[in-house]
Design a protein around this ligand. Sequence first.
Ligand code: HEC
Length: 159
Amino acid sequence: MKKLIVTSIIAFSIYACSNPGSENKDGSSQSKVNKELTADGNPSYDPKRGEGKFENIELPATLDVAMAQSGKQIYEVKCASCHKLSDERLVGPGWKGVSTKHKPEWIMNFITNPDAMIDQDPELQAQLEICLVRMPDQNLSDDDARHLLEFMRQNDGVQ
Ligand code: HEC
């Protein structure tokens, strides 16, 4: 059931993005879908933590250089086509400042579980309206996600 709802939200979003002028006509159906999702077992979405398995990620004060290097390699293969390292938008928002704007658990939950969060997170919904593309699930392992986070911290000046 949940899968069906999520699939129909994706279909709706793709439709809405390819027809940016027409989305308000049908805006009511989008909010109805979101209400159903909330009723379906997640009444308390936490916009600081996001939704997923990561909770209270402890970060070292200094950069783990090896992790950041591995994260950079994953970035180049799986993320660079849509994200710049500056604050400039490509397909998705630029990454400058992303590691300070969000809590580490939000980032790790989002990049390993983007679909569920795009459906519920107010900031991601706002970004979707600008970007008109849903960030795809990149099948990241937990380690990939942690390494990418370290690379984002390096990009934001952690040494
Ligand atoms: C096909 C394009 C695309 C790819 C590839 C992609 N993203 Fe995204 N990303 C987006 C879009 C678009 C958004 C804005 C939210 C939305 O509309 O889904 C986003 C948002 C984000 C955000 C939130 C940014 C903010 O400022 O709040 C993070 C973090 C992120 N992506 C990380 C990643 C990582 C890590 C990868 C690679 C593993 C990746 N993305 C690959 C398109 C992409």
